[in-house]
Design a binder for this molecule. Structure first.
Ligand code: SAM
Length: 270
């Protein structure tokens, strides 16, 4: 099946216009991931498929296109320095400032992929607050792809995926469910709310966040898209709240209200 220049451009325009993801240099990725799907599902051409997607942007094929074309690579212990910073700097600050303000802590994992990031956040919280029920910690985990969210909700990982985690966490927060699979225990799973959300949309969630993880997703966005997204997130954070981005990413200081703390860590002014 041939992907014509016009068809390629239609897909690139559709994905960028709706989700901010720039695939203009990713022709091989598009054909590599779509061709088999189209052949298996009886499509005669890319055009036939694109027409269906464009006619119904909330339909099954549009959802499928996102599931196929997003890059969801993640792993436990990725950029672990962020979790250490959270434990050593941010949580002590929150314990002090939230002590008399309802003991609420709200965290958003804004491109959570298959769940490794939000589950790790919850494990750090459990260790820090020592399961003290007085503290009301909420984690919202969102992603564009329904496929990864489904996987995240199940909390099931291969033994080799949880291998890099500290032994104490493996013992405390996972249970073995087959010869090579482990599941995050229910007490951890039930603390996280998983939702499908497109970062291009206005933020509908109630309550402002104390910490936002926006790691390894902006690499696909143009500068202007990034700037507008960061503005929306800024407005949805409490004063003094912290933002983590991927360690290989950066924010143009002139284009954001966030204050630079150290590489990949930013803060809203108090
Ligand atoms: C590489 S993963 C990052 C996972 C995790 N944050 C990490 O750092 O390991 C990027 C995720 O961003 C999601 N994504 C891409 N564009 C998005 C958008 N417009 N809205 C929400 N999520 C998006 C993808 O579906 C993918 O799961």
């Amino acid at each position: 099946m041939q992907l014509s220049e016009n068809e390629f451009r239609s897909i690139v325009t559709y994905i960028k216009g709706n989700y901010g993801i720039d695939l203009s240099q990713k022709r091989v990725l598009i054909t590599g991931r779509l061709e088999n799907y189209l052949l298996r599902n009886g499509y005669q051409s890319y055009k036939e498929y694109i027409d269906i997607v464009e006619k119904d942007p909330n339909g099954k094929e549009a959802v499928n296109l996102v599931n196929v074309l997003t890059t969801n690579h993640t792993y436990f212990m990725r950029e672990f320095e962020h979790f250490e910073y959270m434990e050593k700097v941010i949580l002590p600050w929150l314990r002090k400032t939230q002590e008399n303000r309802g003991k609420d802590v709200r965290i958003w994992s804004a491109a959570s992929s298959t769940g490794e990031e939000p589950y790790t956040i919850e494990m750090v919280l459990c260790d820090f607050f020592n399961l003290d029920k007085a503290w009301n910690t909420q984690i919202l985990a969102t992603d564009l792809s329904t496929r990864v969210l489904q996987k995240a909700k199940s909390g099931v990982y291969l033994a080799e995926q949880i291998e890099p985690m500290p032994d104490a966490w493996k013992r405390r927060y996972f249970k073995k469910i087959s010869s090579d699979e482990f599941q995050v225990i229910e007490d951890i799973r039930k603390k996280i709310v998983f939702r499908q959300f497109n970062l291009m949309d206005s933020i509908p969630f109630r309550g402002k966040f104390h910490i936002v993880f926006l790691r390894n997703v902006m690499i696909y966005f143009e500068e202007e898209t990034k700037r507008r997204l960061l503005d929306r997130i800024y407005n949805h954070m409490v004063d003094g709240g912290y933002l983590f981005i991927g360690t290989t990413e950066s924010i143009d200081k002139a284009a954001t209200k966030f204050r630079y703390v150290q590489p990949s860590i930013y803060r809203k002014s108090i």
